[in-house]
Design a protein around this ligand. Structure first.
Ligand SMILES: Cc1cc2nc3c(=O)[nH]c(=O)nc-3n(C[C@H](O)[C@H](O)[C@H](O)COP(=O)(O)O)c2cc1C
Length: 189
């Protein structure tokens, strides 16, 4: 097992277009989602769920994305259409983390949405620890009501992330990280 602190200190996204197979086996998927759901969750509401895209289902979902893009952009050329069609086939496995946040008498929706973000983060870290390349993407179709409905989301549900999982021959070079000095203050009266 990778040392947890070393993993966290070196975590880096791998662009989905650099990914190859395989994705997680069913047993690995169980491990991954069991870890991802072990997040802080105010009120124990479980305000999130998962939709997994594997194999031909990715192709079918890509065809919907292409159709919706062309409906809004009738002049889209073949290259652009292919880019849209291939959105969910870049990686062998894509897990949509869905926020099911809804009004609640005690727990603000904001906190429920934060919990869905925490699920994405934990899933990403766990997948990295299991040796997978990961990319957390939303892209335009996450915000498209027709696409959300087509993949079975209710009106109030939102995509927290399409988590792309696969393998990559190499990790891309790191990007500049924020300087803590610019972010941290110590409050005093
Ligand atoms: C909620 C969320 C949505 C994101 N959506 C996209 C996206 O649609 N396209 C993209 O290029 N990066 C997106 N990113 C950023 C990448 O996941 C990633 O953080 C970025 O490429 C930097 O890489 P790093 O994780 O190694 O810092 C998103 C990040 C978050 C938190």
């Amino acid at each position: 097992m990778t040392d947890i602190l070393e993993l966290l200190k070196s975590r880096r996204s791998v662009p989905a277009r650099m990914m190859t197979g395989p994705g997680p086996t069913p047993a690995e998927m169980d491990t991954l989602l069991t870890i991802a759901t072990r997040v802080p969750d105010h009120g124990k509401l479980t305000p999130w769920r998962f939709v997994i895209f594997e194999g031909e289902a990715r192709v079918a979902a890509g065809a919907i994305i292409e159709r919706l893009h062309v409906a809004k952009n009738p002049d889209a050329d073949a290259e652009r259409r292919a880019q849209e069609r291939e959105r969910l086939t870049r990686a062998p496995t894509v897990i949509a983390v869905v926020s099911t946040a809804a009004p609640h008498p005690k727990i603000p929706e904001w906190e429920q949405q934060l919990s869905a973000g925490a699920v994405c983060t934990l899933l990403m870290v766990a997948a990295g620890g299991m040796g997978f390349a990961v990319n957390w993407l939303t892209e335009w179709y996450s915000y498209d009501p027709e696409f959300r409905a087509a993949i079975g989301l209710a009106e109030h549900e939102r995509i927290a992330g399409f988590m792309h999982l696969g393998h990559a021959a190499e990790k891309p070079a790191d990007r500049p990280r924020p300087a803590l000095a610019d972010l941290v203050t110590r409050w005093s009266a």
